[in-house]
Design a binder for this molecule. Structure first.
Ligand code: AMP
Ligand code: MG
Length: 324
């Protein structure tokens, strides 16, 4: 096959992004970010933002590198329904007008595959931590299995929700990280790991309560220490169970340096490798969708228009991995 290039569209939540990827690299990428004026992400407002910007984002990207597109890939889920539908509609229209196949990809798996592509990780346990998602995943017998996941809200949403209640603006994660640096003590907060799953909603509420008697930096620090210890515990147990020798970090919360430090310590302790992709490939981005689209395209995968409905609860373990 000659050099294949895929146009990928991402728009599951706050970030609208289009990218063209070929077998060597990312050729072009354009992004438009929805920023709520107040409060958190409002699904319909975010979808309206994507509808307003999709034409310019796609045009820019095609202008930068849109020769001989072989297929159009898009995030079919998981994500916010109104956002997913807006971007899927654009993807269908583009595939029809460019007369190329459509490829619906799973957003979580795209995070893993772009991480494997952009680091040296071959067969890692992945900790995927974003606004809405928190999962520990690993490849086994033809699928990305979910070894552990949140029972309620994602770690990013928990941080954002707590931060909002403390008067910090969205997105709260980076602000909590800054505040935590000037903390002077640790306050015990609920540590909830059930089997291999974790839960953050009670922790967010308890942290909010603690603000009555403790300083904001101390609560931020304690929130991070508690939540990240839960994530690292489950990741470590998945490593022990699967016998894998690599850990990969994915998702926007992966920007946090304390989380990285804790994962580094755990990995050193166990004598395994820890991989962190460049920041632009950690949060939601079009390149990861285009790249997974490329892998699937090469493996012969195609999505018929009639099968291209979005799935807000699309699970990574629903996907048969035919490309590795
Ligand atoms: P994503 O959904 O993958 O795009 O990631 C967005 C989430 O990452 C939001 O909930 C942010 O608050 C969170 N986030 C971004 N930077 C940081 C950070 N440095 N520490 C913790 N959370 C962060
Ligand atoms: Mg994501």
């Amino acid at each position: 096959m000659t050099n294949i290039s895929i146009l990928g569209l991402e728009g599951t939540a706050w970030n609208l992004s289009a990218a063209i990827v070929d077998e060597k690299d990312v050729i072009a990428e354009t992004t438009a970010t929805y920023k709520p004026a107040t409060g958190g992400i409002h699904p319909r407002e975010a979808a309206q933002h994507h509808a307003n910007h999709i034409a310019e984002v796609v045009n820019e990207t095609l202008k930068k590198g849109g020769k001989n597109i072989n297929a159009v890939a898009f995030s079919q889920g998981p994500g916010l329904g109104p956002c997913l539908r807006t971007v899927a509609t654009a993807a269908r229209a583009l595939a029809l007008s460019l007369e190329v196949p459509l490829i619906g990809v799973n957003h979580c798996i795209a995070h893993i595959e772009v991480g494997r592509w952009k680091t040296q990780a071959k067969n890692p346990v992945t900790l995927y931590v974003s606004g809405a998602n928190s999962q520990v995943l690993a490849y086994r017998a033809g699928r990305y299995r979910v070894f552990g996941e949140t029972l309620d809200i994602g770690i990013g949403n928990a941080l954002d929700k707590f931060a909002r209640s403390a008067g910090l603006q969205h997105p709260g994660g980076p602000k909590v990280e800054e505040m935590a640096k000037i903390a002077t003590r640790y306050i015990p907060l609920p540590y909830t790991v059930k089997g291999m799953d974790f839960s953050f909603s009670g922790l967010a509420t308890a942290a909010q309560e603690s603000l009555k008697n403790s300083t904001l930096p101390d609560v931020c620090h304690s929130f991070q220490e508690t939540a990240f210890a839960m994530l690292v515990e489950v990741t470590e147990r998945a490593v022990a169970h699967t016998g894998k020798s690599e850990v990969l970090l994915a998702g926007g919360v992966g920007a946090n340096s304390r989380l990285r430090e804790m994962l580094t310590l755990m990995s050193e302790d166990r004598g395994i490798k820890f991989y962190v992709p460049q920041m632009r490939f950690m949060g939601d981005n079009g390149a990861m969708i285009a790249y997974l689209g490329l892998l699937m395209y090469k493996a012969g995968y195609r999505t018929l228009i009639s099968d291209s409905a979005v799935n807000p609860n699309y699970r990574p373990d629903d996907v048969e991995v035919i490309w590795r």
